[in-house]
Ligand binder design. Structure first.
Ligand code: EPZ
Length: 423
């Protein structure tokens, strides 16, 4: 198991490059199942979550490999299994994305329920509701979802896909993918608007799908008989970009972030500016600089285009040393506060109150041995450690490797001192 040893009071400078978006790549990889032949995906980041989906696609019989340019090739002609094994699915929730495509193309699928994780119980009722609306017959047995399509195939329908916390990103992905091969037209109301869902819709359109309203809450999908494999380049990862922005802010640094699309990050930029950070657009991304105190602010996480829940922990780290008191309210995953206790070990003054955290800014953080718990909480601990006084040890960094491609190499290239050690 690896740990990070991080030297505090870091100052960052220079250029840091963002990888392709994990949360766009995962559903797009699953979408290749919808068509025969070989699709080629560029800018797929090298992450353990991506590798789990590669393993899952391989277990279905697909051939998956990276070429010398690191492009990901997925050939689905040899798919001969429609079973998503618990031993694989339990390791990565987005495995659920094979449900819609397998059902739409092959008419049957059996996949383990993904189960919960550190940020919540992660139900899939909205996925099931949407697929049932398209005519699927679905049973839940022994922890597995067993779904079959009618003999004549899925049937287009009008589907309201809102849930208790608003829209669902991966439920929108699953239902949209399935609807592309359904007979007739489907309308998905209260669809997720995340850029990653828009990217998936654009990939499906390149495959020959007929989709209107990509990136809006109302998707209109006219089913087609079949789709074709294609080549595609994944959008930049706005969450990785936001993580680097917070790293620049908390260390009072000036950092150029390459390969970042600010139009996907307006809520994040607005929040950073409220905290006193300057962000200027460049040809390929932006320059983030922060001098002087961090201003306290209030953040509420919401479905896109609101402030993303996946940056909540990272911005809490920054606010932990702000001048004054801040409040973060988590409207997507009310229990997503595993990082609070760990940051308090670093002299932060954070208090969970229901689905909010009250953040009383302190003059500085101090190093401590801390435990990574989930992907984004772990990234937040890295950010806190960069600013803390002394050397911080972060245990269980495998959580970070799920969503960040060599984060220590990227941060060290701009002045951080992070050492990965196996213990
Ligand atoms: C996606 O997860 C992302 N993962 C998550 O990023 C992200 O936090 C989340 O969207 C919200 O933006 C990927 O894209 C691979 P949801 P997803 O369905 O689709 C409830 C990361 O760090 N809900 O949009 O699983 C759910 O409990 C990960 O990269 C239901 O009630 O999230 C939550 O409260 C973490 N029933 C809310 O909806 C359902 O059937 C939003 O969840 C589905 C979801």
């Amino acid at each position: 198991m690896d740990i990070f040893r991080i030297e505090g009071e870091a100052k960052l400078s220079g250029k840091i490059k963002v990888s392709g978006a994990k949360n766009a790549a995962l559903p797009i990889m699953a979408a290749t199942i919808l068509a025969p032949g070989e699709s080629i995906l560029d800018s797929v980041p090298n992450l353990s979550d991506i590798n789990v989906l590669i393993e899952l696609l391989g277990s279905l019989g697909a051939k998956v490999w990276r070429d010398q340019d690191k492009k990901l090739h997925i050939d689905t002609d040899s798919i001969d299994s429609f079973f998503g094994d618990y031993q694989i699915v339990r390791r990565m929730r987005a495995s659920i994305c094979i449900l819609g495509p397998l059902l739409a193309r092959f008419g049957k699928v059996e996949i383990s329920m993904p189960g919960g994780c550190a940020i919540g119980d992660r139900p899939v009722d909205m996925h099931i509701r949407g697929l049932k609306a398209l005519g699927a017959r679905i049973q839940l047995e022994n922890g597995y979802i067993i779904a079959t399509a009618p003999d004549e195939g899925l049937i287009g329908a009008d589907i309201f896909l809102g849930g208790p916390f608003g829209s669902s990103v991966l439920a929108t992905a699953n239902v949209m993918m399935a609807a592309t091969l359904a007979r007739g037209t489907s309308i998905i109301e209260c669809a997720a608007c995340e850029p990653e869902i828009e990217d998936l819709a654009n990939f499906l359109i390149d495959m020959g799908a007929k989709i209107k309203g990509a990136g809006s809450p109302r998707l209109i999908i006219e089913g087609v008989k079949e789709l074709s494999s294609c080549e595609y380049n994944i959008i930049p990862d706005r969450i990785e970009a936001g993580t680097f922005m917070a790293a620049a802010g908390i260390t009072g640094s000036r950092l150029e972030i390459e390969n970042c699309n600010l139009s996907h990050m307006m809520a994040v930029v607005d929040c950073m500016q409220n905290m006193g950070t300057t962000i200027e657009k460049t040809q390929t991304g932006c320059i983030v600089s922060h001098n002087g105190p961090i201003k306290a602010t209030h953040i509420t996480t919401q479905p896109y285009p609101g402030f993303p829940t996946d940056l909540q922990a990272q911005f809490m780290a920054m606010l932990a040393i702000a001048d004054g008191n801040s409040v973060i309210t988590e409207k997507i995953f009310p229990d997503r506060f595993m990082h609070v206790a760990e940051m308090n070990r670093m002299n932060a003054n954070l208090r969970k109150e229901g689905c909010s955290a009250i953040i009383s800014g302190v003059s500085g953080l101090s190093s401590a041995p801390v435990m990574a718990s989930d992907l984004r909480a772990s990234a937040a601990l890295v950010i806190a450690a960069l600013a803390a006084k002394g050397e911080t040890i972060i245990n269980r960094v495998y959580h970070i490797d799920r969503g960040y491609d060599r984060i220590e190499e990227k941060l060290n290239s701009v002045g951080a001192k992070i050492h990965r050690e196996s213990i």
